[in-house]
Write a protein that binds this ligand. Structure first.
Ligand SMILES: O=C(O)CCC(=O)C(=O)O
Ligand SMILES: [Fe+2]
Length: 318
């Protein structure tokens, strides 16, 4: 598939000030307009950039910096936090997963936090001071922001019972919900890579919605409604929000979960540097039964935990 160069093919940028986290006084008409605009964009491209989201830039930078310190730790320390250890965070080593099974392993390392306040297992606070505190703060902001986006999606779709829809996300941050704040670390691209190997293979996200923060380095591409991969470069002061597979199914394909990937940059300058991104993967509670919201039987009811965990397990089983 060729990459579009057409200037027209850009992802929508929407001003979210009407429901920014900094905004306590909301106006109903403004919210309705924003909801309609969001759903329109999610129905076609499945991806939007939101400006004026209200998550402080200083917190975003701090979380990137803390994650960076974690990624710099020796392998034997990071291994203590690998998925199999059952911690409230998880580490996935360099080239240890492929999100597109048809490609070689992704040229990346990842670390995510599921339960920022669960202290049953240790945190890397000794090795990285402020680790848990920073991830708690960022997780909380992403959590609050996601609920605002979900509420507007429900409004824009004219869902009758919005409180029940939101309640299906009520356990974010606990053992009964697998929403995660995941940091991605793409080290400099080695001189020799396998044929077809890229930084992150083509995939769609699995759950409800994803918030994505990028550093300043390009590489993300999104399959647009014309069937072409278009660049989704980092834009200062924005967050990218996209729809996941489960949300598409829930809405009987009214809003769409589009494929995306992270390619190897064209220029040597960009290949030589580490690229960082951070995703908040929002999922409904594990036991939430996802049934088509329009009352149709297009898809059979399925529990969110069964659906999403099945996809996550498949990632490293190769
Ligand atoms: O790094 C990025 O910009 C995107 C990563 C991504 O799509 C994912 O981890 O699901
Ligand atoms: Fe993704």
């Amino acid at each position: 598939m060729d990459v579009a160069t057409d200037q027209e093919e850009k992802l929508p940028i929407i001003d979210f000030s009407a429901y920014s986290l900094q905004n306590d006084e909301t106006d109903d008409d403004e919210l309705q307009r924003l909801a309609t605009r969001l759903v329109q964009a999610f129905s076609t491209e499945g991806f939007v950039y939101l400006r004026n989201h209200g998550i402080p830039n200083t917190l975003i930078s701090k979380t990137f910096a803390v994650a960076n310190k974690f990624f710099s730790l020796p392998e034997e320390v990071k291994t203590r936090f690998s998925k199999s250890q059952g911690c409230s965070l998880y580490w996935v080593g360099y080239q240890a997963e492929k999100v597109n099974p048809a490609r070689p392993a992704d040229i990346k390392e990842a670390m995510g936090v599921y339960r920022p306040r669960d202290n049953e297992k240790p945190w890397p606070n000794q090795e990285v001071p402020e680790f848990q505190e920073t991830f708690q703060e960022m997780y909380d902001k992403c959590h609050l922001f996601s609920l605002r986006v979900l509420e507007l999606i429900a409004r824009g779709l004219q869902i009758q019972d919005i409180p029940s829809f939101l309640a299906m996300h009520s356990l974010i941050g606990s053992r009964a919900n697998i929403t995660s704040l995941t940091t991605l670390h793409y080290p400099p691209v080695p001189d020799h890579v396998s044929e077809g190997q890229i930084r992150c293979g083509e995939h769609s996200d699995y759950g409800s919605i994803t918030l994505l923060f990028q550093d300043t380095h390009p590489g993300l591409e999104v399959l647009n409604s014309h069937g072409r991969y278009i660049p989704a470069p980092p834009l200062a002061d924005t967050v990218v929000v996209n729809i996941g597979d489960l949300m598409q199914r829930w809405t009987s394909d009214k809003i769409v979960s589009n494929k995306h990937r992270v390619v190897i940059p064209d220029t040597r300058e960009h290949r030589r540097v580490t690229r960082r991104s951070m995703a908040f993967f929002v999922n409904p509670n594990d036991d939430a039964v996802v049934t088509c919201l329009d009352g149709s039987d297009k898809y059979k009811p399925i529990t969110a935990g069964e659906y999403v965990k099945g996809k996550i397990m498949a990632l490293t089983n190769y």
